[in-house]
Design a protein around this ligand. Structure first.
Ligand code: EPZ
Length: 424
């Protein structure tokens, strides 16, 4: 569902406790690479339990533009048919960063991939050197045609690839490039995120020979071809963490069905303290808080450390904590845009390099604020839910990239949130 969300606003009247239950659907960051993997075969590939968000719509658009047939039935998306093009259209490449992990499957399947510099959230330079270096190691010829990156290979060959940083997207790209390469590929220093495990689950169902997913060493034995499959993505741990952040700020009790506690270790532990508790009961996570938050210092990092995608939502919690605490962002070099907006709500935040120091004792009030990236927008929404008075949040096109109708999510729990149209 695509809404004209540039002239839409969230109107939030904070201070209500949040009580109720939510269903945690498939993770955006699992569904996107899984959809990309569908080009590795002409047979139908179905990804189930997909969230209804614009990044998924845009990825479906990329696949259609490549000549694949994309069918959506409820939350299930089926991709079939072969690629008749190997060029990712400029507009779609600019729309989503995840167009970048079309490179591996496309060059594997068609012998060529052409892509303009990908878009996505402005949270840093987000270079492609790890992706392109890995593809070159597999025998792809990498060149540039203007701002278009071109990868060509008659046949990819297995190789040892050492990643200088455990890049999630590069790990996914290279696994997908390696599954039909000639020989064995070892990805050393691979990222370990659960979303990568989800992708490998699908690839294995398609006939790929991959082992070590979720560890820093992934080994791929190239096979001659892959077939269709049906696969469910892991649940969205960031969506679950965002709901927990809102309950921590507002107080209340929420049941999160479908969440996987095994993926949430580093997210859950900073929430726990004298005023909160969490229990898992037959696959449902129950999180309760009285809204009295104690200051907690956080450092983000690659999985299994505290996820960078939870940095902004958790910083909103720190703005309500009873004292000073810090947030150190080690993954992206420019992921503090939400701080300017939080200050409009009364937040006391000082920044030194990649560390923010937050004094939550001053309290927060409603304000007019603007989201400029997906998770920053989620953080502003969490902060507004706890603030006294009315907040108006713009930039919903960022929030809608990763959250399904966020206003319904929180109003279903008792939050006073609505989406309005503002023609100015
Ligand atoms: C994925 O982005 C996620 N996106 C991001 O979620 C997430 O924040 C990130 O992983 C880290 O967990 C998707 O999965 C679609 P990286 P990705 O490559 O793959 C640097 C969200 O809000 N780097 O792990 O782009 C890079 O600049 C989004 O859902 C290079 O230097 O992240 C960054 O500093 C935002 N060269 C660091 O590595 C490269 O070639 C981690 O980036 C690649 C990455």
């Amino acid at each position: 569902m695509r809404t004209e969300n540039d002239c839409e606003r969230l109107i939030v009247n904070g201070g209500e406790p949040l009580v109720g239950s939510v269903i945690v659907h498939g993770a955006k960051n699992a569904v996107l690479p899984m959809l990309a993997a569908s080009v590795l075969t002409d047979e139908p590939v179905t990804v189930t339990d997909c969230p209804d968000i614009t990044d998924v719509t845009d990825m479906a658009g990329v696949l259609s533009a490549l000549g694949c047939r994309v069918e959506r039935e409820g939350r299930n998306i089926t991709v079939c048919g072969c690629c008749r093009s190997s060029e990712i259209p400029l507009a779609l490449a600019k729309a989503i960063r995840s167009s970048v992990f079309m490179l591996g499957p496309l060059v594997s399947r068609t012998g060529e991939a052409r892509m303009h510099a990908p878009g996505g959230c402005r949270i840093g330079a987000r270079p492609l050197d790890i992706h392109l270096g890995g593809l070159a190691a597999l025998g792809a010829e990498v060149s540039f045609d203007g701002d278009c990156v071109v990868c060509r290979a008659d046949k990819l060959r297995g190789a040892d690839i050492v990643l200088r940083y455990p890049s999630v997207g590069a790990t996914e790209n290279l696994v997908m490039a390696a599954v039909c390469a000639q020989g064995t590929t070892r990805i050393i220093g691979a990222a370990r995120e659960p979303e990568i495990v989800s992708l490998v689950n699908l690839l294995r169902k398609m006939g790929a020979a991959v082992r070590g997913e979720g560890t820093p060493l992934i080994t791929v034995e190239g096979v001659s071809g892959l077939q269709g499959a049906v696969c469910a993505p892991v649940p969205d741990r960031i969506a679950a963490g965002t709901v927990m952040a809102a309950v921590a700020v507002c107080g209340g009790r929420v049941e999160l069905s479908g969440a996987n506690a095994d993926h949430l270790g580093a997210v859950i532990s900073p929430f726990l303290g004298a005023h909160t508790f969490l229990v898992e009961h037959s696959g449902v996570l129950i999180f309760e808080s009285d809204g009295m938050l104690s200051p907690t210092d956080i450092v983000t990092g690659p999985y299994p450390l505290f996820p960078t995608d939870m940095q902004a939502p958790f910083m909103a919690c720190q703005c309500y904590a009873s004292g000073m605490c810090s947030m150190r962002e080690t993954v992206f070099e420019d992921r503090f845009a939400h701080i300017t907006e939080l200050r409009k709500m009364g937040a006391e935040i000082a920044v030194a390099g990649c560390t923010a120091y937050i004094d939550g004792s001053k309290g927060m009030h409603g304000a007019e604020v603007a989201a400029s990236d997906l998770r920053g927008g989620a953080g502003l929404t969490v902060a507004a839910l706890g603030a006294k008075g009315e907040s108006v949040i713009s930039g919903l096109r960022y929030i809608d990239r990763g959250y399904e109708r966020i206003e319904e999510l929180f109003s279903s729990l008792g939050g006073r949130v609505r989406r309005v149209r503002r023609d100015r």
